[in-house]
Design a protein around this ligand. Sequence first.
Ligand code: 16C
Length: 247
Amino acid sequence: SVHTRDQVELPPPAIDNRLTVHSLWQEIDRISTEQIQAAFEGVGGEIGWQLFAEEGDMRMYRREMEVDGMVTDPLKAMHKVRGVSAREMCHYFFNPRYRYEWETTLETMTIVEEISSDAMVFHQTFKRIWPASQRDALFWSHVRAADGHTYAVTNHSTVNSDYPANTGACIRLFVTVCLACRSEYPRGQTPSRDNVTTSIAYCSTVNPGGWAPAGVLRAVYKREYPKFLKRFTGYVQEQCRGKPLAM
Ligand code: 16C
C-alpha cells in the first residue's frame, strides 16, 4: 500500500494517474481548484470578514453565517512560517501518519479508502463539545501542487454506504477545508531552511449537521482554530529541523 513504506513520501509534483480515473475525480478536481483560488484571495479590508484572532504573523477572520438556525461561520486564516516549505506543510497536513500528533480535536481516525498517493477518504470522530452530541465526519482529502512553489490540501465531505450518517451516537458534520501554502525565498539565492518563508491560507467551513448551541460553538472555534494553526505550524517546524529542505 502507498502509505506503509518507510521513506518519506512527499506530495507528488503532478496529479497521480490513479486519481484521474477514480469516480470522485471530477468533484475533487473542481472543488480543489475553487478552494485554492479562493484561499489566496485577500481578506484584509474586505467586506464581511471580521478579524477575531491575531498573534504574530497569524490573522484569523470569520463571517457570521447561519443555515437553518445552525452556525456555519466561514473561517479564513493567514499565517507566515519560516524555515519550512509549502510542500512540507502539506505533507504533514495530508499524511494520516502524523495526524494524532497535531490534531487535538480528534477522537478516532479511520482510512476509508486510499485512492492514490495524493488522495484518500477518511472517517473521523471528534471530541464531544458539551452539551451537544458528538460529531463525526467522512471526507476526501487531496494534496496537489499549484503554480510557483505552491501546494494545497483540500478536504471535503463525501458519502459512503459503509459509513452511514447519524446511525450511532454521532451526528455527521459537513466540512470544506483548504490549506494552501506558498513558499518564497530571496531572488537569486538557493532555497534553504534559513531563507525560505511560507505563506499559509487556511479556509474552513463546518456545518454542524444538527443542533448545537450557537454561543458555545462560536466560543469553541474562537479558541480551537488559533490553537490548531499555532500547534500545526510549530509541529511542522519541529519535524523539519535538521532535515534537508524539500521544495
Ligand atoms: O483542518 C483541520 N483538520 C483536518 C484533519 O483532521 C480536517 C478536519 C476537519 C474537521 C473540522 C471539524 C472539527 C469539529 C470538531 C468538533 C469538536 C471539537 C472539540 C474540541 C474541544 C476539545 O480538515 C483542523 C481543524 C481544526 C478544528 C478547530 C475546531 C473547529 C470547531 C468548529 C465547530 C464544530 C461544530 C461542532 C458541533 C458540536
